[in-house]
Design a protein around this ligand. Structure first.
Ligand code: ADE
Ligand code: ZN
Length: 340
C-alpha cells in the first residue's frame, strides 16, 4: 500500500490515547514561548539546538532533559496552554478519548502549588470536552525515583481535587525502583477511589510486571514490553485480560528496542494480549498517535484487522463506561467496514 493511503486510513480511525505524559507534550516552540514570558533562560540558545539534544541512549538520559524542560511551567496558564496544545493536536488526528498523565511532584518540588498545576490542566480538559468533544480521564503519576513518603504526601495534596482525578500511575526511572517500593501509597490511593496503573517492564525486568500486578494491583500495565520474556507472565496477562499500553516511537527513541521492525506489538496481538498503541512523550519522540500507528504499521506490515484490533483494544482498555466503550468500538468497526 502507498504510504499516503496508509496515512489516510490511520487518520480516519477514531482513536483513544491511554499513555501520554502531559509534560512530554511540551513542544520546543511552546517551551521557548513560556520560558520567555516567565523570564527563564533555557540552556539552549535556539529551538534548533534544543531539538538537537533530543537524542537518547536510555530512559534516564531522556528524563534528565524532560524534567529540565518542565521547569518553564510555573503559572496556571502555562499548564493550560500545555494541555490545550496537546488536545488540539490530537483532535486534528481524530483522537476522541484521552487518559493523560501528569507528574505533580515535578512541579510541587519546585514550589508550584498542586492547585496551580491541576487547575490549568483541568480547565483545558473541560474546554476540549465542550469544544472538541474529546472525552477524558486524568491520571496522577508518582515519581518512582523519589520516596514512597513523598508519594504519600502527593496523594494527600490531591485529595481536595479527587473528583477531577481518575487514577494514579507510577513513572520515571524504572531500574532499581521496583513497584514493591510503592505498595502502601497504591493501597491508600485505591482506598480514595483512584484506579491504578504503573509503568513496568519498559527498561525493568519482567519481575517488575509481576510486582505491579500482585503488589500494586494495577488494572493496566504501561509499556510491559518485557512480559514476553516470561511465559507464565504473558499467559496471565492474556487470561486476566490485562491491557498493555505500548509506545513504539518511545521504545525506539529510548533504545528499549533497536528498531521498529523488532517491536513486539504484532506478536502480542497474535498471542491474544490486549495491546494498544500510544505516544508517551510526543514532543520528544517524534510523533503523536498517527505517527505511532503509521510507523508501527509500516515496519511490521500490520494488516487492516490488526490496525482495527489496536483501535478497538484502546477503547476496551479505557475507563469509559461500558456504554461509551461499545459506542466507540462500533464506530471503529463501522469505519473499517466502510473502507474495506
Ligand atoms: N515519564 C515520562 N515518560 C516516561 C517513560 N517513558 N518512562 C518512565 N517515565 C516516564
Ligand atoms: Zn510513559
Amino acid at each position: 500500500m502507498e504510504s499516503s493511503d496508509l496515512k489516510k486510513i490511520i487518520q480516519g480511525i477514531p482513536k483513544a490515547e491511554l499513555h501520554m505524559h502531559l509534560e512530554g507534550s511540551l513542544e520546543p516552540e511552546l517551551m521557548f514561548e513560556i520560558a520567555g514570558r516567565n523570564d527563564i533562560t533555557l540552556e539552549y540558545d535556539s529551538i534548533e539546538l534544543l531539538k538537537e539534544a533530543y537524542s537518547f541512549n536510555n530512559l534516564q538520559e531522556f528524563l534528565d532533559i524532560y524534567y529540565t524542560g518542565a521547569q518553564v511551567l510555573i503559572h496556571e496558564q502555562d499548564f493550560f496552554d500545555l494541555t490545550w496544545a496537546y488536545l488540539t493536536k490530537v483532535h486534528s488526528q481524530n483522537v476522541v478519548h484521552v487518559e493523560v498523565f501528569f507528574d505533580p511532584q515535578t512541579h510541587t518540588d519546585r514550589g508550584i502549588g498542586f492547585d496551580v498545576v491541576i487547575n490549568g490542566i483541568h480547565r483545558a480538559l473541560e474546554k476540549a470536552k465542550t469544544e472538541l468533544h474529546i472525552s477524558y480521564k486524568l491520571i496522577m503519576s508518582y515519581l518512582r525515583h523519589l520516596s514512597e513518603e513523598a508519594a504519600l504526601q502527593t496523594l494527600e495534596s490531591s485529595i481536595p481535587f479527587k473528583h477531577w482525578i481518575d487514577g494514579v500511575g507510577l513513572d520515571s526511572s524504572e531500574r532499581s525502583n521496583p513497584p514493591s517500593k510503592f505498595v502502601n501509597v497504591f493501597e491508600a490511593s485505591a482506598k480514595h477511589g483512584y484506579k491504578l496503573v504503573a509503568h513496568a517492564g519498559e527498561e525493568g525486568p519482567a519481575s517488575y510486571i509481576w510486582e505491579a500486578l500482585d503488589l500494586l494491583k494495577v488494572v493496566r500495565i504501561d509499556h510491559g514490553n518485557r512480559c514476553l520474556d516470561d511465559d507464565a507472565l504473558f499467559q496471565r496477562i492474556v487470561e486476566q485480560k490485562i491491557p498493555l499500553t505500548l509506545c513504539p516511537l518511545s521504545n525506539v527513541a529510548l533504545k528499549v528496542i533497536d528498531k521498529m521492525e523488532d517491536h513486539p506489538v504484532a506478536t502480542m496481538l497474535d498471542k491474544g494480549i490486549i495491546a494498544t498503541i500510544h505516544s508517551d512523550d510526543p514532543a520528544y519522540f517524534g510523533g503523536y498517535m498517527n505517527e505511532n500507528y503509521y510507523e508501527t504499521a509500516k515496519a511490521l506490515n500490520l494488516t487492516m484487522n490488526q490496525l482495527m484490533q489496536l483501535a478497538v483494544n484502546a477503547f476496551e482498555a479505557s475507563w469509559l463506561s461500558q456504554e461509551a466503550k461499545e459506542k466507540q468500538i462500533d464506530k471503529v468497526r463501522n469505519y473499517f467496514n466502510l473502507i474495506s
